[in-house]
Design a protein around this ligand. Sequence first.
Ligand code: ZN
Length: 672
Amino acid sequence: MKKILSGIAIAQLLTIQLQAAENKNFNYHVDEFADIEVLRYEVPAFNDLSLRQKMLTYYLTRAGEAGRDIIWDQNGKYNLPLRTVLEYIYTNPDLDRNSKDFKAFEKYIKQVWFGNGVYHHYSNDKFSPEFSREFFESQYDLIPSSALPSIEGMSAPEVKEILMKVVFDPEFMPKKVSQDSSTDVVLASSGNLYEGVTQKEVEDYYNALKDPNDATPISYGLNSRLVKKDGKIQEEVYHLNGLYGPAIAKIIYWLDMAKGVAENDAQKDYITKLIDYYVTGDLRLFDEYSILWSEDTNSDVDFVNGFIESYNDPLGMTGSWESYVNFKNREASARTEAISGNAQWFEDHSPVNPAFRKPEVKGVSAKVITASYLAGDAFPSTAIGINLPNANWIRAAHGSKSVTLENITEAYALASIGNGFNEEFVIDQPTIDIMDKYLYITDMLHTDLHECLGHASGRLNPGVDQDALKEHGATLEEARADLFALYYLPDAKLLELGVLDNPDAYKAEYYKYMLNGLMTQLNRIEPGKDVEEAHMRNRQLIAKWVLEKGKKDKVMELVKKNGKTYVKINDYKKMRSLIGDLLAEIQRIKSEGDYEAGNALVQKYAVKIDPKLHKEVLERYAKLNIPPYRGFINPVYNLVKDDKGEVIDVTLDYTESYPEQMLRLSRDNSNL
Ligand code: ZN
């Protein structure tokens, strides 16, 4: 599971961080187009790593690069051939780069790079080109046949026709992931995880494989595409000799190099297991790897590389390929260790039915990391916190590893200074003041609590299927983790642990959370559309539920001031108790697998938008000129060698532009 940045959550900073930023002279801004801003992040303290750790990092970044094509293909079956065409056109030296068509084309290709395909990474909608068909077609026809992409079973004119359709026909394969429960979500989703099968066929197929009495259930469907061929349903498994084999071969090569410079035997063991899994596609091996990985808390350099998060699957089963490479930030980890070290205390005091609590919280390890590479589904748009493995039984029996990506959070924050957000949306100066002072730290703590305690808390009743909440599983799981974090932010325990120094600090996060859930996150949605993405649904669910349940006591209101709508919180203490009530209910829903109740909550609070308020938010946001989405390019890792060709150092370069990085990745890593 992952936690993503909530809107422009962190608009403000502690004074000390501001000063650090001013002294730093690091340029975070890289590019801006459509609704996106591309930033770069710094990898502080990379030079403090040993040469061996730097080499390990380097090999892992190469393993990350090698899988890039996989996520492109998972995101849509025409993405890779289209990318070839788009990049050929983009690099044509004879093009008039000042023409209106080219400018529109450049915007489009930058969007496609950002989405790892033709769909928006967040809304899942297909991008709309603003250049003419004539421009595209005339450029397409200039591509020599040797450089044209091929698609199995199609002639060159057929390939051109289908790619034109992908780009220009808004009705054709319109949405990567559809969560519209009134339709067959598998058929309504245009991602490349299923072909020719209905939702019912998928559910029947996997239900037949599942053994309800298995205490260590396999995550069926995690690493495969389900297709119907000649009337028969079959799984195309991602592995060395299966689907995505050529890219997986490269990943294995670099993982093997990494294994040679692993920090210790435990790390070597889990890399070996991961390689075995990539070779065979055997999900039991993936579970064994996950256990070894979650138990290694000694290595400084760490990574994720595989089919992990299932947000791109409307049924929440197939993992999108991703990679993170990172190393531990020892200083900042003291904070998360204080929290995770008390995991049992938090579990025992949680406001849920004691029957749904974990009697014994297993190895919740939490650390703050410095991200050193992002790839696959984690690039360019990335999470700010991750908690893995995802398999519930492993989390229960062996624990999980939770990380906060501090340098990414910091880059977001430093790039947001002075953008005018608080002045526009926050109700009054005292609230702005408390956010200025405490939002950065409470936001960090919210991430820590969400990842290392929230997702790790609670248990399922015996026999409850972990997929019982079906298409609402992700939304309700994120709500559960957020509620757990929100519930504990005001707790005196955090003062006692020394991670907060003011009992009112939590109000900064409460205000931001409710403002975001009720209003500002709507900036990410086009007029007339519903809320679809799981994290956004979860935030709206919580904020609207609290608004409604707190109505009679006036806990929170939407008020008008000078014709503008503001969130007004009157009773923070009562708000906390409502948050506890909702946490108890959502934990019950999860523990009992009560799909009906979960569906009712989501439908009532999480999906629909008041069009008037939506319009107002969009207009107020537009004046601020803040792109609603941001992501990152990576630094470039270079090997430094002596005269004998021996590697003596690894250095980082931060000068690459966004198009340069994307074109280099395609040039060096077109593995499928
Ligand atoms: Zn989460």
